[in-house]
Design a protein around this ligand. Sequence first.
Ligand code: SF4
Length: 212
Amino acid sequence: MNPFKQWQNELKTKRMVETLNKKGYSAFYMASREEAKEAIIKEVPKGATIALGGSESLGELGLVDYFFKGEYKVFDRYGQLTWEETVEVYRQSMLADYVITSTNVITEDGKLMNQDSTGNRAAAIVFGPKKVIIIASVNKIVKNLDAGFERLKDISPMNCKRVGHNTPCTVTGQCEDCEIHDRMCNFTTIVHNGRKFPGRYSIYLVPEEIGF
Ligand code: SF4
């Protein structure tokens, strides 16, 4: 990466970590994705039950493979399941010890925004699993909620394409505000701070671009 961009990203990420800690989350500055991966692996004890949020970032870090192959009980929604079976896995996942995921947006004043198709990931970040572990990169940081909604709109076509949803945005590459069952953008959550359940959120922030 361009050294000046890198310099700016590092400072931006450090500022964000400071703000997130003031807002009641446990946030950590990670110099690289490798460092973040190690820290997350260290935090989750062997034998824990884990829900993995659908996330390009988790895949890029190799965390999906790691937890599936390790001594953990992962709620498996990746197999050949019927829709009803998938929904049941989502329901059970709400009682996991850990949900490990990314976040779609972090606002500069410390809010987390998430959007998904069935609501399972966005909901688990709000309530359910005992602990929420978030891997996030500098590209998730935006000024405020308005910019966050813009970002959600901007990244959704890529997410639809990634998971193979049959939506108009996978053809045009931009949101067409569809009204169909396959729509990705059905549920949006905002976490305003981490104060209600101290220690529930661990956020690992990396000054490089990961995922969308
Ligand atoms: S509303 Fe529909 S068209 Fe727009 S990004 Fe979401 S899924 Fe795609």
